[in-house]
Design a protein around this ligand. Structure first.
Ligand code: DQA
Length: 147
């Protein structure tokens, strides 16, 4: 099985960006932890971060036929990118939406995810464990497919 992890805008600044909200873990720490877990489970994993909506649309389109799952933190685009929502709907790859913070207990504009109606599920509020929980679900689902 293969999984693609997509990180949206400003997530390259994790570690120094509003640490009271997002913690001190860097993006490369997150990617390293996920890579280690995936490797132990025999799952191939790739990572991509972009601050550009179109680059994320391209990455989703190019994932078609190449990946079994996408773990996606669309960051601020979560709340208004119809282009990303349409890309997810178009490729029909199951996407797990993740957020480090609990978007539902923050500003009102973060309560809505325009991606939520087209993803498999959403995990938020667990800090960097949101990513790890998503990966755990992917590992279990891939194992179930192989049975
Ligand atoms: C975020 C939540 C978004 O509202 C915000 O714009 C982000 C990060 C999170 O991981 O908690 O950039 O997706």
């Amino acid at each position: 099985g293969k999984v693609l992890v997509l990180h949206g805008p400003n997530l390259n600044l994790l570690g120094t960006r509003e640490p009271e909200i997002y913690g001190c873990t860097t993006l490369s720490d997150i990617n390293r932890m996920m890579a280690e877990r995936a490797q132990a489970a025999g799952v191939a994993i790739d990572f991509f971060q972009s601050n550009h909506e179109g680059a994320l649309v391209d990455a989703i389109q190019e994932a078609r036929g190449r990946y079994d799952f996408i773990i996606f933190n669309a960051a601020a685009y979560t709340h208004y990118s119809i282009a990303l929502r349409d890309a997810i709907a178009a490729v029909q790859i199951p996407v797990i939406e993740v957020h480090i913070s609990n978007i539902h207990k923050r500003e009102a504009f973060r309560h809505t995810s325009v991606l939520a109606p087209v993803v498999l599920g959403q995990i938020c509020g667990l800090g960097t464990d949101s990513y790890m929980a998503a990966l755990e679900a992917v590992i279990r689902k891939l194992a179930a497919k192989e049975e």
